[in-house]
Design a protein around this ligand. Structure first.
Ligand SMILES: *Cc1c(COP(=O)(O)O)cnc(C)c1O
Length: 438
């Protein structure tokens, strides 16, 4: 499985095109082939035994691994500097398998209040029924006080590197330090930033999750997710017995049962997700969808760079408009997150911005009904520019009090900047404002 390329010193822009794939091993095909097969023949009975005991890693059944999906896993691991990665069929599968893997059997997760609506809603509605409860941190922006909120059964801290829709940035290095002082991992959802803008592992994250549906693929044509691990966290602790538990299915050649830590010393977390959660809960990414993500990754840097540029232009335009109450974009000089953006996001603080519409509800709705070039839907990170009224759509699950804590006012409108000519985007907003005001 190991590929020479990952071990070399190729830089980010080379890795996103080359890591995890060697044409020589695939009939010299330049573009990674789509291995559209459910299963892989065993060479012989010994081979079958070795694969089933995980004594040899290889292709067996596409639910738990596939060569096309494997290229994606290795490529993203190289981009993020991860020791292991597992691809899944959606971002929500990545979030849920991660949380179950870290807190199965019960426990608490300390989270940022600034989260993707689907995550926030499932944390409240679904997980408590499995014995996993969530505490919304009051001090996520004051990490020096965060320790007070960690309880004996807290199993992890969970945050987003750039929050959606508000563009809240956090001091991830400081939060990681607090987590590690308490022997628990920091999980970072890096979907909005993508590895091009931010590398959570180099800032202390232990687990990184992605919805690859968004900027990673960037073409609005696939639902996919990924989980990565740093390989640095010590899972050999009483808090996480699941990693030291010995399983018959992991037995060695002498029939001794083994643990995930013994079988995957460098990547026990993603190894365990693959062979427990992916294997038995089954949210497998199809080879074709993995291929689409790989194609998207080939242009990641150029796309995100232009989205950041367009987001900045749109933010400056909106700031001067009379129908705009406020603009939130961490790239703006007057943003409360500008300093963190300068420190941790030298290539820009993402392609998402939001603004407060000044006017009545009817005017706000007329504005949205009048945009022509912007797409009105819930995705983000697409090549096309998107606009949405988050409080009434993506974050409509939140109750009024929760919206207050998450700081999502009713008049918030979110924009995900695409790759169009910014003058056309501004002209579209301008004509929609005019219609709303007549
Ligand atoms: C969209 C999104 C998810 C969920 O991903 P899906 O691929 O839609 O399942 C998780 N986290 C963040 C930050 C997202 O934007």
């Amino acid at each position: 499985m190991a590929n020479e390329l990952e071990k070399t010193s190729y830089r980010f822009d080379t890795q996103r095109l080359r890591a995890g794939y060697d044409p020589k091993e695939h009939n010299y095909a330049v573009s990674p082939p789509i291995y559209q097969t459910t299963s892989f023949d065993f060479r012989d009975v010994e081979h079958a035994k070795a694969l089933f005991g995980l004594r040899e890693l290889g292709n067996l059944y596409t639910r738990i691994g596939n060569p096309t999906v494997g290229v994606l896993e290795q490529r993203i691991a190289a981009l993020d500097g991860a020791s292991g990665a597992v691809a899944l069929s959606s971002g929500m599968a990545a979030v849920s398998y991660t949380l179950l893997n870290v807190a199965e059997g019960g426990g608490r997760i300390l989270t940022s209040p600034y989260l993707y609506g689907g995550s926030a809603d499932s944390f409240k509605k679904v997980y408590p029924k499995f014995g996993i409860t969530f505490d919304l941190a009051k001090n996520i922006e004051n990490p020096e006080k965060l320790s007070e909120e960690i309880k004996p059964d807290t199993k992890a801290i969970y945050v987003e590197s750039i929050s959606n829709p508000n563009g809240v940035l956090l001091d991830i290095d400081a939060i990681a330090k607090v987590a590690h002082e308490h022997g628990i991992p920091l999980i970072v959802d890096n979907t909005v930033a993508t590895p091009y803008l931010y590398n959570p592992i180099s800032h202390g994250a232990d687990i990184v999750v992605y919805s690859a549906t968004k900027g990673l693929t960037g073409h609005g044509n696939v639902i996919a997710g990924l989980v990565l691990e740093s390989g640095k966290f010590n899972w050999q602790s009483d808090k996480f017995p699941q990693f030291s538990e010995k399983y018959y299915t992991l037995r060695d050649i002498n029939d001794n049962n083994r643990s995930f830590l013994e079988v995957f010393p460098e990547a026990p977390f993603t190894g365990r997700i693959r062979f427990n959660y992916l294997n038995y809960f089954g949210a497998a990414l199809s080879p074709f969808d993995a291929y689409l993500v790989l194609i998207g990754l080939e242009t990641l840097s150029e796309r995100i760079e232009k989205q950041v540029r367009n987001a900045g232009i749109l933010a400056e335009y909106l700031k001067t408009h009379k129908s705009v109450e406020w603009v939130r974009y961490p790239g703006l000089k007057d943003s409360p997150y500008h300093e963190l953006a300068q420190r941790d996001f030298p290539k820009g603080a993402g392609g998402i911005l939001s603004f407060g519409f000044k006017g009545t509800t009817e005017q706000r709705e007329a504005f949205l009904n009048s945009v022509k070039l912007f797409h009105y839907h819930v995705n983000i990170g697409d090549a096309r520019s998107l606009i949405v009224n988050s409080p009434q759509t993506t974050h409509s699950e939140l109750e009024p009090e929760e919206k207050k804590i998450a700081d999502i006012p009713e008049n918030l409108i979110r924009i995900s900047a695409g790759l169009e000519d910014p003058a056309d985007l501004i002209a579209d907003l301008e004509q929609a404002f005019e219609k709303a005001n007549t």
